[in-house]
Design a protein around this ligand. Structure first.
Ligand SMILES: Nc1nc2c(ncn2[C@@H]2O[C@H](COP(=O)(O)OP(=O)(O)OP(=O)(O)O)[C@@H](O)[C@H]2O)c(=O)[nH]1
Ligand SMILES: [Mg+2]
Length: 445
């Protein structure tokens, strides 16, 4: 059922581009993406292909030589968990299950020996770092005050469809007076309702992506700590918080979040990366509707801005981020017929055009591709009447419902994913949303 790195045409091109000119013998490659984007599957497939001497095109262009061998090596950072490659291969290949969700940073070192065209043996040390994209969304907070963040978060939460998810939190917020004495119970309630709102936005029905602070959704060992117990307040446009007030307390905790969570991530991880792959599940947003697509566009702009922001802040000048190449990849392309891959790529390109222009202005190169790390489907042509339709056949997950039928995790389904809009080069975001919302729903054969 699963075939690692099935040669989806497009994956090759940009990858070989992406990995050329590696003069530096040690490369730190960050792989990120929002939750469920496909990070774990992608890294597992990448390492599998490398260590099994796969014909995977990534490093073919590495000095246009050939890979003699690639092997795993103990990873160098003592404080970072190892990427559980063996566990994930076991799940994917032997058990035929998708890997469990991962909620923290992890790392793996691969040493690649290759022969260059001129016949020399060379070796490249590749450190692959897997971290949640939600952490990137936090980077703009580095130079944002509590007041500015509060105002932005509130504004966003008052726009549809977020306003519906925010109703309970807004009702509580209306009872809070920023200048009143700080009250732990009120802060706890505000923080809980705000976190529930963030979770609701992330829910499948909304599919929202733009959700800082990232750790509110994946708190890890910080769950329940004061640094994660705060929420936006409806504040006056200017002024200072009275000492001992609710406002002062929220502000202090927001600052603690920056100190304890955001700055160490920037310094210890982000600023040390050389290359970055950002995986995007554009299909999920497209399926959730135009609002989710719009929101994804905002989240991607924020993600790409973090490469830009990182450089111009005080912290950026101290720990100069050195990422010079960014690859944006639309994942799970095997959910579409290969004829639509160009279009998926085009959509991702259109969604990120403005943000890309900004990042390129600071000297990082960006490329966009569509790829499938794993091919879990096959393509077929189905004749109905006089027409031949392109279909995708696969096994929907247990409990998944398509076209009103609920699947048991064994039976196959054929879907017609429909056409993605073709010409996105000149298209504006509104145009894409309009086209997408008019897309016929997937049909069950
Ligand atoms: N068809 C297909 N599905 C994929 C592919 N990659 C990922 N998926 C699906 O997407 C889900 C999430 O993939 P993961 O690799 O676990 O995603 P992640 O970004 O590591 O997710 P978190 O660890 O939860 O942040 C998987 O369980 C699969 O259902 C792919 O190449 N093809
Ligand atoms: Mg993962």
């Amino acid at each position: 059922m699963f075939e690692f790195f099935e040669q989806i045409r497009l994956a090759g091109r940009a990858f070989s581009e992406f990995s050329t000119a590696l003069f530096n013998p040690t490369i730190r490659l960050g792989v990120t993406g929002l939750s469920r984007a496909g990070k774990t599957v992608f890294i597992t497939a990448l390492i599998h292909a490398l260590t099994r001497g796969g014909r995977f095109p990534v490093f073919e262009a590495l000095a246009t030589g050939r890979i003699a061998r690639a092997q795993l090596s103990p990873q160098p950072d003592d404080a970072v968990p190892r990427f559980d490659y063996e566990g994930h291969v076991e799940a994917l290949v032997n058990k035929r299950n998708w890997p469990d969700s991962t909620r923290q940073i992890s790392e793996l070192r691969v040493i690649i020996d290759y022969q260059s065209l001129s016949g020399y043996e060379n070796s490249l040390t590749l450190d692959i770092v897997d971290y949640p994209g939600e952490w990137l969304l936090d980077l703009p907070l580095l130079d944002k005050s509590y007041e500015a963040w509060s105002a932005e978060s509130l504004k966003l939460s008052r726009m549809p469809p977020r306003d519906r998810a925010a109703a309970a939190w807004h009702a509580h917020l209306a009872t809070l007076k920023p200048d009143d004495a700080a009250d732990e119970q009120a802060i706890l309630a505000a923080s809980r309702l705000f976190t529930e709102y963030l979770h609701a936005c992330r829910d499948v029905n909304y599919g929202m992506s733009l959700l800082p602070p990232g750790r509110f959704l994946m708190p890890g060992e910080l769950a329940g700590s004061p640094a994660l117990t705060f929420a936006p307040l409806d504040l006056p446009g200017d002024g200072l918080p009275p000492p001992g007030s609710l406002w002062a307390m929220m502000q202090r905790r927001y600052d603690a979040y920056i100190d304890i969570v955001v700055r160490p991530f920037f310094r210890d991880h982000f600023a040390r990366l050389d290359r970055q792959i950002v995986l995007v599940d554009a299909m999920a947003a497209i399926n959730a509707g135009p609002e989710a697509v719009h929101d994804l566009e905002g989240a991607l702009a924020a993600v790409l801005d973090s490469f830009h922001v990182g450089r111009k802040t005080f912290w950026g000048t101290l720990f100069r981020p050195q990422i010079d190449r960014i690859l944006l990849a639309a994942t799970k392309a095997d959910h579409l017929h290969h004829k639509s891959h160009d279009r998926l790529e085009g959509i991702l390109r259109a969604l990120t055009a403005k943000a890309i222009a900004r990042v390129e202005g600071v000297g990082a190169e960006i490329d966009v591709i569509a790829l499938a790390a794993i091919r879990a489907t096959r393509e077929a042509e189905i004749r109905t009447g006089g027409e031949t339709l392109d279909a995708i056949i696969g096994v929907p997950e247990k409990g998944e419902t398509i076209g009103g039928q609920t699947f048991d995790g064994v039976a196959e389904a054929a879907v017609f994913p429909g056409e993605l809009p073709a010409d996105t080069s000149r298209a504006t975001r509104e145009r894409i949303s309009e086209v997408l919302s008019g897309r016929p729903p997937a049909e069950l054969w």
